[in-house]
Ligand binder design. Sequence first.
Ligand SMILES: Cc1cc2nc3c(=O)[nH]c(=O)nc-3n(C[C@H](O)[C@H](O)[C@H](O)COP(=O)(O)OP(=O)(O)OC[C@H]3O[C@@H](n4cnc5c(N)ncnc54)[C@H](O)[C@@H]3O)c2cc1C
Length: 683
Amino acid sequence: MDPVIIVGAGPVGLCLALSLTRRGVPVVVLDESDGQDEIRPARTAVLRQDTAAALARLGCGDTLASEGTRWTAWRTMRRRRLVDRVAFASRIPDDAAPVALDSPLHLPQHALTRALRAALAQEKLAQIATGSRLAELEQDEHGVSAHTRGSNGTWWRGSYLVGCDGPRSTVRKLLEIRFPGRTAVERHAVAALRTELPWPGEALLHRSPGRHGGGSGTSTGFGGPVGEVSARPLPDGVWRLDWLLPPGRELVTPDALVARVRESLAGWAADAGEESGRGAALPVPPYALLDTGVHTVHHRLAKTWRRGRAFLAGDAAHLLGALGTQGLDEGLRDAGNLAWKLGLAWHHGGSETLLDSYQAERRDAVAARLRATDQALPLLRDGRAVRWRTVLPGVARGQSALLTDGHLGRGPLGAPPSYPRTPLATPTGQPGTVAVGTRPGAPVADVPVTAGDGSVVRLRDRLGHGLLVVLVAPGTGVWDRRHWQSAGLMPQLTAAAEALPMPAEILVTESYPGAPAHTVLVVRPDGHLVTAHSGVRPAELSACADAVRGGGGFAYGDGAGYGRRAWGAGAAGGSGSSSGELGGSGGAGALGALGGAGSSGPTGSSGAAGTSGAAEAAGASGGPGDSAACHDGGGDDGGNGGAERAAARGEGAGARGEGPGDPRPAGAAVDPLVAPVFHSEGD
Ligand SMILES: Cc1cc2nc3c(=O)[nH]c(=O)nc-3n(C[C@H](O)[C@H](O)[C@H](O)COP(=O)(O)OP(=O)(O)OC[C@H]3O[C@@H](n4cnc5c(N)ncnc54)[C@H](O)[C@@H]3O)c2cc1C
């Protein structure tokens, strides 16, 4: 089978390539650049915990630890007042400084890209062709052909192709996929500087009409009705500062930016002096400006993310980033979602349901994010003191809380998404299904689990391969693995997992939120809950695995690249027990149900801040890459450069995708895929 072709060696393309090779799938990565990472300290990203964990599983853990920062707190200030402070949990490892555990992770994008590129270089199944600009694309029943220009100008043949080629995506254009949305939803002047802020390790969002970015309304580009600046720490005393710019395309001059840096630092020194009770301002700290730019956030969503054997991911598929939402985090989620599906398809042949589920899940999730942001934006940005409630009845939130949610990865603006309407859901009404604290389709809680080798790890550490089959067995923690591995439900569960139509690993946990003892949770490779059963139900488990791989049509065969990781039946012994007890005095099962089956929202974790989308060249020192990105993303709906060529080739470019393009004019609002998320209290 031909490799998967990935167009674009940005963070999303590299992450997808690495994820595929780890599944035994060969990849060819085509990139028009020379493969050198541009060092841009101000181009950072904030990753939610589960995204950071996924990158660590791919081998980027050292880089995340050394070049990323987890904040100790997030503070929200209004004028000179501290409105809210969210402290993050921390633990003291044996001999090191406190480490915040539930903070998002903030790191420079070039560090992430470098780590991904280095990890990919170790993979025998990966070929990276730099200096290769995709120019043509053809597909047939068996594969995809891509023609590149440049030093590697040639035709490439692949089984599938994924366009991770950024906001100006050539793949998207060649596939004639429209890219409607809104241009320049928000603009931020950004800077990276080395300095000391009064609250070391704490990220902050400062809203201050007329100050800290509100400015004087001069022609510097920093005037405007609502001043808003965020400061987010990075390692080595570096901070990324973002000033919200007023609407328009006024240039940000270097002088204006430097003046704003000084004003912000002086303002915070004064605030800190007041906060400390001393009255007098603290001295304004010295600083070194490392990088500046203007980051323009566009809101766009490709009309379809799949045409036949070709897919879109990352900025090629969506642009977002207002109110702290994180475009890169979403792009990495695209990669995580698509990788296990393409892995299954490459090894065993993919059903249409499986391949279509990528768009159904991810596009839906990003559309919901965009819609939530679009609804919140006018009300947050016009300075009105409006209180909001989410669709959760009785939950009222202020503007600052809503912004905090966006930045920290909570609520509709930022929480890890659920896929409640996935085509990969198990049939409703399956016997033995139980409700637990995570709804089907939502990300599972990261509970401690015992693996087959007896090691106790986090559930997230085991994601990324096949299914996880997690048995809730209270009391097992105090047992020697040798005793309970062959007791109670284990032999049955092992046999059931061995018989599944896709690879699976069995894990045991002491408890899971809302799950009674002996619940068996089925978790997808990307950490989303498929379903939960009471006890071992081989037929239902099998139906469940079948649903996850998109129904029948291909068989789990040689397992190439997948290494079955279930506990061996031999080890389990096969006591034949079907009592539902794990046996033994005082052992598992004795603790009974853990209570409430009531389901709740996603159990995911914290995490996001900042801005994303395409970027614009800064008056100060914005790089050429930013400039290109800006004009691209900010243009019309993506262009149809390949239309004539496709017509000339007689290809039905839309044969397997959607029908004719969106009849609405370019720039129309993102289509409303989901019900409204926010309502004003007066609604
Ligand atoms: C100053 C700045 C600040 C930012 N801040 C944030 C932030 O805080 N949070 C956040 O989430 N995001 C932020 N972003 C946006 C973030 O950088 C993007 O979302 C991210 O780069 C998208 O990754 P990607 O892999 O999808 O695409 P890209 O990073 O754009 O990668 C696309 C790749 O495709 C290649 N390519 C393009 N066309 C072709 C072709 N025809 N043939 C072959 N190769 C091609 C390019 O060379 C490139 O390597 C910021 C951006 C800037 C500029």
